[in-house]
Design a protein around this ligand. Structure first.
Ligand SMILES: [Zn+2]
Length: 150
């Protein structure tokens, strides 16, 4: 039939990604953001600011004095290479290709801008927060430690 298993899965990914984006836009935070922040707090990594608008790309979490900026990226919108959740939708393939590619280009651009301002930039994937939350905390801790030794 026309609707293969893959097609169905693609539709689900799009619906899910859209839902998350809407949640993010309505100033409600996404679950991975909340979960990571809670874990950082519990680990004693505090004093961060969230959704810092004055920095390029509006990083999700920023440790200002130590200049560490963290993005929690949605696996669909940023084409996560790790978990296999990212699949190009077959329908409107050109549109999606351009959309995702431009997201990826912007991610690279934003990272470069922040690094020019002296920031260490950390990208944490949605799937990492879900499956390896403590590893994410360790990465943040390392980034903060690396900065203080400079
Ligand atoms: Zn992922």
């Amino acid at each position: 039939m026309a609707y293969s298993k893959t097609t169905k899965r693609t539709f689900l990914n799009v619906a899910e990604a859209t839902r998350r984006t809407m949640a993010a836009n309505s100033s409600t935070e996404t679950k991975p953001e909340v979960n990571l922040r809670k874990a950082l707090w519990a680990a004693g990594l505090r004093g961060y600011r969230k959704n810092v608008r004055k920095l390029p790309g509006k990083p999700d979490i920023v440790f200002g004095p130590r200049k560490v900026a963290i993005f929690i990226d949605g696996c669909f919108w940023h084409a996560c290479p790790h978990c296999g959740r990212f699949v190009y939708p077959k329908k409107n393939a050109d549109y999606w290709h351009e959309k995702i590619e431009s997201n990826k280009r912007r991610d690279v651009e934003v990272r470069a801008q922040l690094e020019r301002q002296g920031y260490t930039v950390l990208t944490v994937w949605e799937c990492e927060v879900k499956k390896h939350l403590q590893d994410c905390v360790i990465r943040v801790r390392q980034a903060l430690g690396a900065q203080t030794q400079v």
